[in-house]
Write a protein that binds this ligand. Structure first.
Ligand SMILES: Nc1nc2c(c(=O)[nH]1)N[C@H]1C(S)=C(S)[C@@H](COP(=O)(O)OP(=O)(O)OC[C@H]3O[C@@H](n4cnc5c(=O)[nH]c(N)nc54)[C@H](O)[C@@H]3O)O[C@H]1N2
Ligand SMILES: Nc1nc2c(c(=O)[nH]1)N[C@H]1C(S)=C(S)[C@@H](COP(=O)(O)OP(=O)(O)OC[C@H]3O[C@@H](n4cnc5c(=O)[nH]c(N)nc54)[C@H](O)[C@@H]3O)O[C@H]1N2
Ligand code: SF4
Ligand SMILES: [Mo]
Length: 821
């Protein structure tokens, strides 16, 4: 990096540099960092009194020294209008990461917008409106007045179905308790918007309905459980690349301590290799089931464990429902829920049958059951943690498969106890606080399908880019472009008209089938190219922001720099939009409706926090969180004593299960038998196309590349999304490393860069998702489960060559993910 940034040497952080608590705003792990800032015309010195670390830098420092930072951790940014040096480096005192960074988090500083070093110049600085055939910068009042006037034409008291909203539901960047409350209070409080969706799925629903219906919240453990356990079972997840410091700082010590690892993933990931290094290959069992067959495998394990009697009878008796069926299967429940005995009947699957469905050896399934549940020699219970993520959340039959995992944990008493848990590893951090969404109902409307079939008239988008990350994306983009272009043409024709005439022209185009699109983002995204109004948000660090990580650890990121230009926190954008709606509705004489938009007079993100999260959690304030530093407090917060917030290490330690809202406090088992590839069109696609297009993430890339695309460190590594492919398959197709191929099937086509990977199985590729230069979602069909959960991972397609390696891809390294050095 140094040579690319023309950095010869970096300034020493002076002793009096300002210090801020920072939680990395990328992944769920939420590593602790410290930000240091000081005036541009100064720097620290070598003597202990002259630098922030208080050490003598004239001496050679030890290997593990903290008195160090990398060029990627440095930048020059604006703070209160002045240029300052900025260093963001990992915090050794944070229990989450103990000073570790990652290839993403350790580049937070270089991914800040800087007018001095020239980084992230793509950041939006001003609201923009489609005018004179392009986007023109303007003021907040001008842009929001237009949004409010057009929106007001299509919403009415108790009928807001023409307003479609896409909004993040997470913590970290683009989220946090402040911003989920801001958008939530607007769309679910002032309004009741039914036609909405979350950033990562085409409906407003849960990723883990079954776990919650069974009474079990999906983030129920503490990261320390990985060091207290006998077995770590990782299902459909790749934590070395995706939850890096959770893996390195918690799972690896557990494995070094003697824990065994079971990994269920059709693909051999770097996580498998790293577990073998940490635990010894004999203590790692990697099961590679056929894509989408996890349910058969898990049900066979459950059957075998129950048949062997390796269950926790006392726990089952005390904490689970005993009386047959508690919840019948119906349109809101893709499986019945009930007692352990009923689940045994419904889920029964022999080892031999599962081996056939999954393509696994019978002995390996038995070994997995033993490693998960067989009691120790002395008869004591085995402790085991289950960690799962998108390999099954976006996999076949989400409801039943997650239910099958929770069944295993309930049967063996591995929830609410040290060394236990059945948990999502997580994606972004969490920071959900909104008014009830119960009015949306279950199943929630299939948002994308409504939009592409002509429904919806105004679309507000907050921090997501469906062009790169939704399913059936070829169709989505085609229809979205067509409908938004109708409105652009109307706006072009109304050039020079009054505001009233312009709004009427837009209304006319919408009534003829068009769509008015408002995009709130930090950059001009791909879906933003179709929008008519673009609103610039700011990120974590440019505002104060609270969120919690995968063990429910709540922290406050302190604002350490200014937002670019006119950019504002999302919660304040929502508030100002509410103010404008109130004004416009009042002007139109709709005063009763206008009154619903009161209560948005926040001036700061802290006001939004106090209005939302704090109301429900009165112990928690910014000041108290600041005092809790980077270790924060694990939610739920249950008190405040001696200057400290008191939290909860793990949920359900009392054996009472509440997530389903049942008064008896008993957990339910899931009665979900195996039923093949469940989502419409999947089995047929599998039969018709040669290659599995498995897909997901890479260590270096963050999400849909929104910052990566303006970061040469990342773009030089992967200018195009890679497609890992077996060497013999590549030879048959006549393609080489770096070649560009087209991936195509019945629903669309996309492009990728060939990456020959010897560990890839025949006919099973893996493509990087979310890329601007080749969207994997283009070839995912529209099929979802009964509750509108997408099935991104099960996709099949053919592959053909488009072009030889280009100047950008030819010089790249194509070493195996498992390169032996
Ligand atoms: N094929 C396939 N598709 C998938 C998946 C998969 O595994 N395979 N995974 C799914 C999952 S789990 C996810 S999370 C989604 C991700 O899908 P998206 O949510 O669409 O992707 P992100 O990159 O998280 O989008 C972040 C957007 O928010 C903007 N942004 C960043 N910070 C802020 C902020 O503070 N405020 C505002 N207003 N905007 C901000 C960024 O510029 C970017 O445009 O993709 C889903 N789609
Ligand atoms: N580096 C990096 N880290 C990230 C992100 C990022 O963009 N980059 N994004 C964050 C977000 S929002 C999320 S949601 C998480 C996602 O974190 P993960 O879920 O860990 O990541 P993925 O790569 O989407 O998928 C995980 C694995 O599922 C496997 N898989 C595919 N099909 C199946 C199947 O049928 N069965 C099983 N058992 N496994 C299958 C894939 O081979 C893949 O290795 O990562 C977070 N962390
Ligand atoms: S592991 Fe996640 S939270 Fe930690 S530094 Fe990396 S991206 Fe940030
Ligand atoms: Mo995600």
């Amino acid at each position: 990096m140094t040579y690319k940034r023309f950095t010869d040497r970096l300034p020493i952080i002076p002793a009096d540099a300002k210090e801020f608590n920072v939680t990395c705003h990328y992944c769920i792990v939420g590593c602790g960092y410290k930000a240091y800032t000081w005036p541009l015309n100064r720097q620290g010195g070598l003597a202990p009194a002259e630098n922030k670390f208080g050490v003598d830098l004239r001496e050679q420092q030890p290997l593990e020294t903290e008195a160090w930072y990398a060029p990627s951790m440095y930048n020059v940014v604006k703070q209160n209008g002045r240029d300052v040096h900025l260093v963001i480096k990992p915090d050794v005192n944070c229990v989450v990461n103990s000073g570790l960074g990652s290839v993403r988090g350790a580049r937070m500083a270089e991914n800040r917008r800087s007018d001095v070093t020239g980084t992230q110049q793509q950041r939006l600085t001003d609201p923009m409106v489609w005018r004179y055939g392009t986007w023109q910068p303007t003021t907040w009042d001008d842009a929001l007045d237009l949004v409010a006037r057009v929106t007001a034409r299509f919403i009415d008291m108790d009928n807001e179905d023409d307003l479609f909203v896409s909004m993040f539901d997470h913590g970290g960047s683009a989220g946090g308790y402040e911003n989920t409350w801001g958008t939530g209070k607007l769309y679910f409080g002032a309004m009741k918007v039914r036609n909405c969706r979350i950033h990562n799925r085409p409906a407003y629903n849960s990723e883990v309905h079954s776990s919650r219906d069974m009474g079990v919240d999906e983030l129920n453990y503490a990261y320390e459980d990985y060091t207290l356990t006998d077995t770590i079972m990782i299902v459909g997840a790749n934590p070395l690349e995706c939850q890096t410091n959770l893996f390195l700082n918690h799972m690896v010590p557990g494995l070094r301590n003697g824990a065994k690892a079971i990994i269920i993933d059709p693909r051999r990931t770097v996580t498998v290799r790293a577990c073998e290094e940490a635990a010894g290959a004999e203590n790692v069992l990697h099961l590679q089931p056929n894509s989408g067959t996890d349910l058969a495998l898990l049900n066979a394990m459950f059957t075998y464990i129950a048949d062997q009697g390796w269950v926790d009878r006392d726990f089952i008796a005390a904490s689970t429902f005993a009386d047959g069926i508690a919840v019948p299967e119906d349109s809101a429940h893709p499986a019945a829920l009930g007692s352990f005995d009923r689940a045994r009947e419904a889920c029964r699957m022999s080892i031999a049958e599962a081996a056939g469905i999954c393509g696994l050896a019978e002995a390996d399934i038995i070994k997995a059951a033993e490693w998960y549940a067989r009691p120790h020699e002395d008869g004591s219970r085995r402790k085991a943690v289950i960690a799962y993520e998108k390999g099954i959340i976006w996999g076949n039959d989400n409801y039943r498969t997650i239910g099958a995992l929770v069944n295993l944990a309930l049967a063996t008493g591995n929830i609410g106890r040290e060394g236990g848990g059945v948990c999502r590893l997580g994606g972004h951090q969490e920071g959900y606080f909104r008014p009830s969404d119960a009015f949306i109902g279950r199943p929630a409307p299939y948002f994308d399908q409504l939009l592409t079939s002509g429904r919806g008239r105004v679309h507000h988008i907050w921090a997501c880019d469906h062009y790169k990350t939704t399913l059936n994306a070829s169709v989505f983009k085609r229809e979205y472009n067509r409908r938004t272009n109708m409105v652009k043409e109307a706006m072009d024709s109304a050039a020079g008209a009054t505001r009233e005439e312009l709004v009427s022209a837009i209304e006319g185009a919408i009534r003829a089938g068009g769509l008015f699109s408002v995009n709130v983002d930090i950059i001009h995204s791909q879906i933003g190219q179709a929008a008519h109004v673009i609103l610039p948000a700011c990120e974590s660090g440019e505002m104060n922001l609270t969120s919690m990580n995968g063990e429910r650890r709540l922290r406050l990121v302190e604002r350490y720099m200014d937002p670019p230009g006119q950019a504002m926190p999302d919660c304040l954008i929502a508030a100002r939009l509410a103010n404008h709606l109130e004004r416009v509705l009042t002007e139109e004489g709709r005063t009763e409706y206008a009154a619903r938009f009161k209560g948005f007079d926040w001036q700061s993100e802290e006001d939004a926090f106090m209005d939302g999260y704090h109301q429900a959690n009165p112990e928690v304030t910014y000041e108290r969180l600041r005092a809790m530093g980077n270790n924060g407090v694990q939610e739920p917060v249950v008190g405040y004593k001696d200057g400290k917030l008191i939290g909860t290490v793990r949920l359900y330690a009392d054996g009472v299960f509440t997530r389903h809202g049942r008064a008896d406090g008993k957990a339910l088992f899931c009665l979900g038998g195996w039923r093949g590839l469940q989502a419409p069109g999947k089995a047929q696609q599998k039969a018709n196309y040669r290659f599995l297009i498995n897909n997901g993430r890479s260590n270096i890339n963050w999400q849909n590349w929104f910052l990566d695309q303006d970061n040469d460190f990342v773009i030089d590594r992967f200018p195009l999304p890679f497609l890992q492919i077996n060497p013999d398959d590549a030879a048959e197709l006549g393609v080489n490393n770096g070649d560009m191929v087209e991936v195509y099937n019945d629903v669309g086509a996309t492009q990728a860069m060939i990456y020959i990977e010897p560990t890839a199985r025949r006919n099973e590729t893996f493509m990087l998702f979310g890329a601007p230069s080749g969207t994997q979602g283009n070839v995912i069909n529209a099929g979802v489960n009964e509750l509108i959960l997408p099935n991104y991972k099960q996709t099949w397609a053919n592959i053909r060559k488009i072009a030889d390696a280009s100047p950008a891809t030819a010089p790249l390294s194509f070493k195996s993910w498992e390169v032996r050095l």
